[in-house]
Design a protein around this ligand. Structure first.
Ligand code: AMP
Length: 122
């Protein structure tokens, strides 16, 4: 799948749409999810144009991958989630129910979380 330069996270990275920023460095940006599914729900996105984890893992440089993954961990520490625990998740493609086609890791925490996979809604 080709990268869509007009996806909403690309617009956030270009500063065309605001976000509630939690953390940023040269590799990644972390911001609060607009429709939180847990007491803490933050998204971490790489600054490069990657559709999803499949694209990123195949095409990003080692420096981009290390920088992004480190930023995911830094963000969890900034959010104070590392002692009690949290969930990191990324949706990919149609079966994964990915809505925004720019790689993002969801960080959920601040509460006891439910089971990992729920049956799909009808
Ligand atoms: P996914 O289904 O994994 O692609 O998740 C996309 C996530 O992006 C959803 O949890 C949305 O609530 C979130 N989202 C969509 N637009 C925005 C936005 N402008 N700012 C923050 N989060 C957003």
């Amino acid at each position: 799948m080709a990268y869509d330069e007009n996806n909403i996270f690309a617009k956030i990275l270009r500063g065309e749409i605001p976000c509630d920023k939690v953390h940023e460095n040269s590799h990644a940006l972390a911001f609060k999810d607009i429709n939180p599914q847990a007491a803490i729900h933050v998204l971490v996105i790489p600054k490069g144009a990657y559709v999803d984890l499949t694209d990123f893992s195949a095409n990003a440089s080692a420096e981009e991958i290390a920088g992004f993954i480190r930023t995911v961990g830094e963000t969890a520490r900034i959010l104070g989630m590392t002692t009690d625990g949290y969930r990191a998740l990324t949706n990919i493609g149609e079966f994964g129910r990915q809505e925004v086609p720019h790689l993002h890791i969801h960080l959920f925490g601040g509460q006891q979380l439910g089971r990992m996979i729920k049956p799909p809604e009808k």
